[in-house]
Design a protein around this ligand. Structure first.
Ligand SMILES: Cc1ncc(COP(=O)(O)O)c(C=O)c1O
Length: 539
């Protein structure tokens, strides 16, 4: 299968992914040729887009990235973007075409109106005179629609497959805005992949092994939140919850800042800091890097190779900001506290993302501190915590930062007013009591047993390597077999949503992240994985 599209910027220099991996095993600048997985699947895809006026590039990329991901396709497969001619001044669409280095095709409304779209929308027809811009733009480009159209924050995306050999870009009427900037593709690729999250993989009818959040908050917590609704007339007051969290970590209250989830904590840090050399240790959760890039900082990556252990010597001496996850998403690796402490230096901010630490029984390697085990005195250490995972509160948005008061004040100064709402504050109070902490520890222990069961079941599947030891509520695996890149899609076709992990820097085709669920689900998944890794030969 050909892997090099016409718009290839030559980023791989003809080297194999293994050669590139070896070369960039240590340090790679984000703007360099780091990407291990720039190949497409060999398909030629036209992306039809309908969008609200003034839409932002991030929403357009997310919508397209999610649609591609759900169809098992890559950004590299895209050969053209098509929309209605009324969108000629939409900068986000121009920018998308530019960074993907593909033509942007503006089609007249009457050409689009003549297409028989499968999913017409009366609202779009009333506003634009076309029942579905996205679907019609694909059909008018002589491409065949794949799956359903996908909508994200006012952007609708339809994907179309161009028959092999058909010159789709010339086939239809309409003007093209051509990209002139070679090499811009890399940036698009990075941004799009940084924005991919497990929730984009979930769809009706699929068993969700993609999202790492506990199914639902416990009943008592749900009831407490319902009761707190009565007090919503008052503005949020984070003081009591801040005190409670400080006490739980054996720290003074000025070392705690409540945030709207760990995700907001990264944004605040990116706004408050002005790093000269920011280093991300990958593979890891991509939002910290996305936040730094969005704040205008350059990022340097240190990409670990399996088994993803850290050697402090890999970090450039002059790095003044280092970000690392523990336990790490998606590898599930739990680094030793001493290893992380060894990353600190005078003048360096060391951010340890402990979003999943409450899933580790006893939080053994945590640097957050507790009354029994005070936080180590590491200047520049900042710990990010989340309360959304183990408590099933992703929709509520609650987490916090632990660190030096002056840094937290700088973060707080960039936070929007009342960013942490009253229900989130109530949840933080509720899950910080000794009873709740004991419950969380019990949950972590049961989850660890379930994880061992999952790992055992996966170990039985030929041509699948599970990365171990795992410490988080998910495991990372690498599927082999005749077509590793197709395993994700075949699992979806069989009813299973897992998180494709090839979008994480440093990982490539066949890597998948699988959430820990109950034993019977894990057994059924292992059987489905076996089928997906060893598909029956096509007749
Ligand atoms: C490693 C890691 N850190 C932080 C977060 C942010 O979580 P939240 O914003 O829900 O607290 C996530 C979410 O997926 C994550 O995977």
């Amino acid at each position: 299968m050909s892997t090099t599209a016409a718009s290839d910027t030559g980023a791989t220099d003809g080297r194999s992914p293994e050669e590139i991996r070896d070369r960039y095993n240590t340090i790679g600048p984000i703007t360099g040729s780091l990407h291990l997985d720039l190949q497409g699947t060999g398909e030629q895809i036209v992306v039809g887009i309908g969008s609200r006026r003034g839409v932002g590039i991030r929403d357009v990329r997310m919508a397209m990235g999610q649609a591609l991901s759900m169809a098992g396709l890559r950004a590299r497969d895209v050969i053209a973007i098509a929309t209605v001619d009324a969108k000629q001044s939409e900068e986000a669409l121009l920018e998308l075409a530019d960074v993907l280095n593909v033509p942007l095709k503006f089609l007249p409304a009457d050409v689009l109106a003549g297409q028989q779209v499968p999913n017409p929308s009366p609202t779009t027809e009333r506003l634009v005179g076309v029942p579905s811009v996205a679907e019609a733009a694909v059909l008018a480009s002589d491409a065949q629609l794949i799956g359903n159209k996908h909508t994200y924050r006012g952007v609708t995306v339809a994907l179309g497959r161009v028959a092999q050999g058909a010159p789709a870009q010339q086939a239809s009427p309409g003007a093209y805005a051509m990209s002139t900037e070679p090499g811009a593709y890399d940036e698009a690729y990075i941004a799009e992949d940084l924005g991919h999250h497990g929730d984009a993989e979930v769809a009706p009818g699929l068993v969700d092994l993609a999202v790492n959040v506990r199914g639902a908050a416990p009943q008592w917590l749900q009831q407490r939140l319902r009761d707190a609704v009565a007090d919503l007339a008052a503005y949020p007051d984070p003081r009591a919850a801040t005190e409670a969290i400080a006490a739980r970590h054996g720290r003074p209250a000025d070392q705690v800042l409540l945030t709207a989830g760990g995700a907001e904590a990264f944004v605040l840090l990116a706004r408050a800091l002005a790093p000269h050399r920011a280093v991300m240790i990958h593979p890891q959760f991509t939002e910290p890097e996305a936040a730094l890039l969005a704040a205008g900082h350059e990022v340097q990556r240190v990409v670990l190779a399996p088994p993803f252990q850290i050697d402090p010597g890999m970090i450039p001496d002059d790095a003044d900001l280092v970000m690392v996850g523990n336990p790490t998403n998606p590898t599930s690796v739990l680094h030793r506290a001493e290893t992380l402490i060894a990353l600190s230096r005078p003048g360096r901010v060391l951010v340890v993302d402990e979003a999943f630490m409450d899933a580790v029984p006893g939080e053994s390697q945590s640097l957050a501190g507790s009354p029994q085990r005070p936080a180590p005195n590491v200047p520049g250490l900042v710990v990010v915590r989340s309360l959304t995972k183990s408590w099933g509160l992703a929709g509520l948005r609650i987490g916090y930062l632990l660190g030096a008061p002056e840094l937290l004040r700088a973060c707080a100064a960039t936070q929007s007013l009342w960013a942490v709402n009253s229900l989130a504050v109530e949840a933080a109070l509720a899950v910080t009591t000794p009873e709740a902490l004991a419950e969380a520890d019990g949950f972590a222990k049961r989850q660890a047993e379930a994880r061992e069961h999952l790992i055992g079941a996966l170990a039985e599947v030929p041509d699948v390597d599970v990365l171990g030891p795992a410490a988080a509520p998910f495991v990372l695996l690498r599927a082999g077999g005749p077509d590793p890149a197709g395993v994700h899609l075949r699992l979806r076709q069989a009813g299973w949503a897992v998180r494709r992990a090839d979008t994480f820097p440093g990982l490539g085709s066949g890597w998948l992240r699988v959430a820990v669920r109950d034993e019977s689900t894990s057994d059924q998944f292992a059987a489905a994985l076996n089928q997906a890794v060893h598909p029956a030969p096509q007749q």
